[in-house]
Each structure stands twice: as C-alpha cells, then as structure tokens.
Design a protein around this ligand. Structure first.
Ligand SMILES: [Ca+2]
Ligand SMILES: [Ca+2]
Length: 397
C-alpha cells in the first residue's frame, strides 16, 4: 500500500514563501540605515587617522618623551658659517673668529638617561657676528703687566666687605680666596658638598696661588687664577678688549664643527691621548695626571682647535660677560644673544652670578665633566678660586 507522500517541509519550500513587501517608508529607512553604516565606518577610520596623527607621540612614547623647556620642535639643518675672511691684520695674540650660525647647548644624557647638563638644554640655533679672540687664557705674565701699569688690586687681595659676610666675625675677615685641597685620606666625600675640597685660604691671590709662601715664579706662562669677574673686566678695559658673550665663547670653542661633544670631536680621548688639562682618576681624591698636569698647565700645552684657540676645554674656567640663568636657553634671542638682564640661580638665589665656560683641571668624568663644549657653569661675581681665569675678545673695527 502506498502511503501518501508528505509534502516536503525543508528549505526548498521556504524559498518559495512570499517575501514581505516593504512600504516606501520602510524601504527609505532601510536605505538610510545602510548609508549610515557605511558613513559611520568611514568616519571611524578618519577619526583614527586624525587622533593617531595628533597623539602619535603619546602612542609611540606611552611612558613620556623628554620634554624641553619651551616645547619647541628642533629641526636641524646645516648651520651657515660666515666666510672666514679676517677684517685686517690680527691684533697681537688674537685670532679671527668668523661668526655665523651654530647650534648652541648640549643635551647629552647621563647613565640614567637624564640630561647631564640641564642648564645647557635646549639646543637652539644662534647667530653671532665675527670677532677677534685671545688665542690663550690670560697668563700671569700679562696680568702682571696690567697690575704694573695700573696698580690694580684684585678682590682676593682686599679685605672682604663685612656686609657680604654678616655671620663672620670681623677678625676673620682677612683677604682670602678658595684653593683646591685633596680631602684627607679616608675622608668620606659627598660630591654634593664642595666644602670637602675647597679650602678658604687666607692670603691666596693671583700672586700667591696656594697662599702665603707660594708664588708664580716659573708659572709666568700659566693662566692667571684667583681673579673674579670684576678683575677680569678691569683687565679687559686696560687691554681695550672685552669679555666674550657666552654665545661668542661657545661658537669659538666649537671651531666650526656642528654639534660635537668636545671642541675636537665626539671622543674624549683621541688616539689614547687627552687633548685638554682635566682630571683623570676619581675626583677629588685620586688624580692620575694622565694628561701630564695636576693643577694648571702652561697655556697652549695641548693642540689648538680649528679656529687656532688653545685650552677652550679645561685648564681654567673662563669668565663670560653674560649673567647666568639656568633656563636662559628656553627663550634667548637668535642673533648675538647678550645673556639675561639679571643673574639668578635657584640653587643660590642670593648670589649674583655670571657665566663661566670650558671646565678646569678639576673636571673629571665622575664630577663636573664640563670640558664638554656645550655645557655651562657660573660663578658669583666677586668670588675667585685657583681654577678660574679668563680670556678676552675684541670687536672687528
Ligand atoms: Ca690634569
Ligand atoms: Ca680654559
């Protein structure tokens, strides 16, 4: 007996089901929905591109990137140097510094990835006019001529003003200057406390660099020391010269080389040799004198830079004309900067300070290291020490 075949209830039959007919309103809404879906997708893509562009730095550097004081972007290019054509014959002992553009400052990092010299950031393009500059630091012999001609007495040779030392008994206010001393054997030295190696030496002056009993005999060709800013300015006036601005000093020290770490290149030692008088060994207790000198060296003991200048790194610090402010580079002028209007250092807010540059025989890899050409330092304008001197510049006539 044949059974009646049941009608097939599978999908084939479903396709044959009549589709619901959309009303014109429903069809329009359906179209709109599809359009919005596509438009939304495109909008999300555009938004991702825009947000990615704006916040790419945060996306690429989720833990932050080094922020410079002004936040200005730096786009480096080849700085334009002026033609090296001296305007006439060189004054005695001076060389022509042609001037032009250079990148001023230093953003070298320390072992922890932080700025090694925060006051030397940020690197910025500067232009300086050409000028004459002393080849050497001013020597004892030259300073002696100045003193002989003028009868000048340096600040270190004069009794300090009691107003400047209100907490010091009058009987102790004798002329003095600061002299480096090696800490006693076994003394635990905190590198943040410079009193461990600076001795207030009564009677120390340019004529007696280590105090009573010392003299400069045989050191005529060494840089003069124990001269404060005022002493340097007085010498310059007598010599009909002036102190360099900080920008002039750095332009000259770089010798025409763009963005190098040192006056001579990027390596501290060249062919295993030191090219400046600094400190080797662990400062302040161990000085191996690998560069040949424990304290000052005769000027010109090391090779000159490519502008013919000697000892722009090390030997003695060199006073500059500018007042010192650690954040000056954030908004200093681009052409012939003259320094801020006043000196202010938040570490010593009461001290009037001018810039010093180049480092000294006391700069070591573990302390100071300011033979780095773009690094900065400062000094109170009436203070002197046995590692600070100067050199002069002269305008083109
Ligand atoms: Ca040395
Ligand atoms: Ca020097």
């Amino acid at each position: 007996m044949k059974t009646k075949k049941k009608p097939h209830s599978g999908p084939a039959n479903q396709t044959s089901l009549p589709q619901p007919t959309l009303t014109p309103r429903q069809a329009a809404l359906e179209k709109l929905y599809r359009f919005l879906k596509i438009a939304g997708f495109i909008a999300v893509i555009i938004a991702m591109v825009v947000v990615g562009t704006i916040y790419s730095e945060q996306i690429l550097y989720p833990f932050g990137k080094k922020e410079l004081p002004s936040g200005k972007p730096i786009v480096f290019r080849e700085p334009k140097l002026n033609p090296n054509k001296p305007p006439g014959p060189a004054p005695d002992g001076m060389v022509w510094i042609p001037g032009g553009e250079f990148y001023m400052g230093c953003e070298a990092e320390d072992d922890k990835g932080e700025l090694a010299f925060p006051d030397a950031a940020e690197i910025h393009l500067v232009y300086v006019d050409g000028f004459w500059m002393d080849k050497y630091e001013v020597t004892n012999a030259l300073f002696a001529k100045f003193v002989e001609a003028t009868g000048y007495v340096t600040w270190a040779e004069k009794r300090p003003d009691p107003k400047d030392f209100p907490h010091v008994p009058l009987k102790h206010l004798d002329p003095f200057s600061l002299v480096f001393k090696v800490p006693a054997k076994g003394e635990k030295v905190d590198l943040r406390n410079h009193r461990s190696w600076w001795d207030i030496r009564y009677g120390a002056s340019w004529k007696q660099p280590e105090g009573p009993g010392s003299n400069i005999k045989g050191r005529e060709n060494h840089p003069v020391v124990h001269v404060c800013y005022h002493d340097a300015v007085a010498y310059c006036a007598w010599a009909k010269k002036r102190l360099p601005t900080e920008a002039e000093w750095e332009f000259a020290a770089r010798g025409g080389h763009n963005r190098k770490l040192f006056c001579w290149g990027d390596d501290l030692k060249v062919k295993g040799k030191w090219l400046c008088n600094a400190w080797q060994g662990k400062f302040p207790s161990q000085n191996t004198k690998e560069d040949g000198y424990e304290t000052t060296a005769p000027v010109g003991s090391y090779p000159h830079n490519d502008y013919g200048l000697y000892d722009m790194a090390g030997n003695v610090w060199e006073w500059c004309a500018d007042w010192y402010q650690p954040e000056y580079y954030a908004d200093s002028p681009e052409r012939n900067p003259q320094g801020p209007k006043i000196g202010f250092d938040f570490f010593e807010p009461g001290a009037a300070k001018r810039v010093q540059r180049g480092g000294s025989f006391l700069c070591a890899e573990n302390y100071c290291a300011r033979y780095v050409v773009g690094s900065r330092h400062n000094g109170e304008i009436t203070s002197a020490a046995n590692h600070v001197g100067f050199r002069c510049v002269m305008d083109a006539k």
